[in-house]
Ligand binder design. Structure first.
Ligand code: GLN
Length: 485
């Protein structure tokens, strides 16, 4: 049995029935990491000894009759989640040696079930990017074609699944960072509703947009992992006090009569033919199962990227002020005085993209410009939110592409940040509206590259998008295809 290819659900059954141990599974994945990492670079830190110790503890627990869904399951986390005792870099030189004194809530919940942490995954620096190229630890490569990026910012989270180095992973999504890499790497990625999962202990990028979510091999695993991390956390005041439903009830083949909206503004002329074909094919599959399609309009879509890059950079400039070499971050040496020390620490610790965003955000917030940029963007954000609430009066969910093209080549967009920003057009509006979205494998491109399908749900409508995603998955086997590595 190839232990590194199994899903959470499959592995859980085997662990529970004592047919395999967590130690042997963890060993199999560590071995896989060892043999593939030189080609992929999905990990910033591999924690082999800690992982094996946790696996041993999990096996003990299982022997005592306590096998919860995640007990003994080897996972990996984007390096934006604080992990007590294991360094958290956020892919920045700024935090190269940072060891957090506590665990992020999402990880703490998995750990309390006995999940095994294999290590910390590569990403764009401070989650700013769409390609995993802005990491201070080198770019991650796409397992389907190592000349290409895995997408970003949670590129390591998706690439490690596609390279079969971890059973499941967590990422974060501020403007598409779970869904877009999932799409490019042939995985399932779920961005829950803002407030569904605690952000406590997750390094902040843009706090009004950031959200934690699973990256997995299939829809079932996304539901299982979401179940384990969702719910109110007294340590994050933006996590809502709302009952977490039983997501496993969504795992049934049932879209009969479901109304699915196709936003006119997302199906523009000139959409990449491979992406268009994947969407047409997905629509046909879902229609065949009894779903009903309705064209809807999200009229402010065109303003979403501009609006996002004002709000996200403004919040980032404020959040990243804490890295000044005193309380947090890299400290420059041999400097004269406090101000020079802070300036030189920031100059040396942050990479080019992070600096660009801090400058853009600081500008948008500066007096005299605040009303023209930041305040205006907040108003546009409200219009975008209203677009979705209007559409959801007519339909249950929306179906759209995740990204305008399959994975692009490494280096293709780095010289032109605007091109990179525009590639997030289909994912950003979901974050601005605070709603949920899932990316799952649709028909691959003619050249065999994965292409994701996005299903967008109402606030706290994860059950409905999971149900539609599960139904779609039943009719296809694209999620079972594996990158030849
Ligand atoms: N690519 C977007 C950005 O660069 C989104 C990143 C994210 O979701 N963290 O900001």
């Amino acid at each position: 049995m190839e232990l590194h290819t199994l899903t959470i659900q499959q592995l859980h059954q085997l662990l529970k029935n004592r047919q395999v141990s967590s130690v042997e599974t963890t060993r199999a994945l560590l071995k896989r990491i060892e043999t593939t990492e030189n080609r992929i670079n999905a990990f910033i830190t591999v924690a082999a000894d800690q992982a094996l110790a946790a696996a041993e503890a999990a096996d003990q627990r299982i022997a005592n009759g306590d096998c919860q869904t995640l007990t003994g399951i080897p996972l990996a986390l984007k390096d934006i989640f604080l992990t007590e005792g294991l360094r958290t870099t956020c892919a920045s030189k700024m935090l190269e040696n940072f060891i957090a004194p506590y665990d992020a809530t999402a990880w703490a919940r998995l750990k309390s079930q006995g999940a095994v942490l294999l290590g910390k995954l590569n990403q764009d620096e401070f989650a700013m990017g769409s390609s995993c190229e802005s990491s201070a630890f080198g770019a991650t490569r796409n397992p389907w074609d190592t000349e290409r990026t895995p997408g970003g910012s949670s590129g390591g989270s998706a690439a490690s699944i596609a390279a079969q180095q971890a059973t499941a992973t967590l990422g974060t999504d501020t403007g598409g960072s779970i869904r877009q890499p999932a799409s490019h790497c042939g995985c399932v990625g779920l961005k829950p509703t803002y407030g569904r999962v605690s952000r406590y202990g997750v390094i902040a990028y843009a706090s009004s947009l950031d959200q934690v979510g699973p990256v997995t091999r299939d829809v079932t695993d996304a539901a299982l992992l979401l179940q384990a991390i969702a719910g109110h956390d007294p340590k994050d005041s933006t996590s809502v006090e709302q009952q977490v439903p039983d997501y496993s009830t969504s795992l049934k083949n049932d879209v009969k009569g479901m109304k699915i909206g196709l936003p006119r503004e997302y199906f523009i002329d000139g959409l990449d033919p491979d992406v268009q074909r994947a969407m047409d094919n997905a629509i046909a599959h879902l229609k065949g199962q009894g779903a009903e399609f309705i064209e809807v309009s999200l009229p402010h879509t065109n303003y979403a990227v501009a609006c996002y890059y004002l709000i996200a950079t403004a919040e980032a400039s404020s959040n990243l002020a804490r890295y000044e070499g005193v309380r947090f971050g890299h400290r420059a040496t041999e400097t004269e005085g406090l101000i020079e020390m802070m300036m030189r620490s920031r100059a040396a610790g942050f990479g080019a993209e992070v600096k660009r965003r801090i400058m853009l955000g600081t500008y948008a917030l500066s007096s005299g410009y605040y009303d023209a940029y930041y305040l205006k963007a907040q108003k546009v954000r409200t219009l975008i939110q209203r677009d979705f609430s209007e559409a959801f009066k007519q339909v249950d969910i929306l179906l759209t592409p995740v990204a305008p093209t399959p994975a692009f080549k490494i280096g293709e967009k780095t010289a032109d940040p605007l091109q990179m920003y525009l590639s997030d057009i289909f994912t950003i509006p979901v974050n601005l509206a605070g709603i949920c979205g899932i990316s799952l494998p649709a028909q691959p491109s003619a050249a065999g590259l994965p292409i994701g399908l996005q299903l967008i749900g109402k606030p706290f409508g994860e059950e409905t998008i999971l149900r539609a995603a599960y139904s779609f998955e039943q009719t296809t086997d694209w999620h079972r295809q594996k990158a030849a590595l």
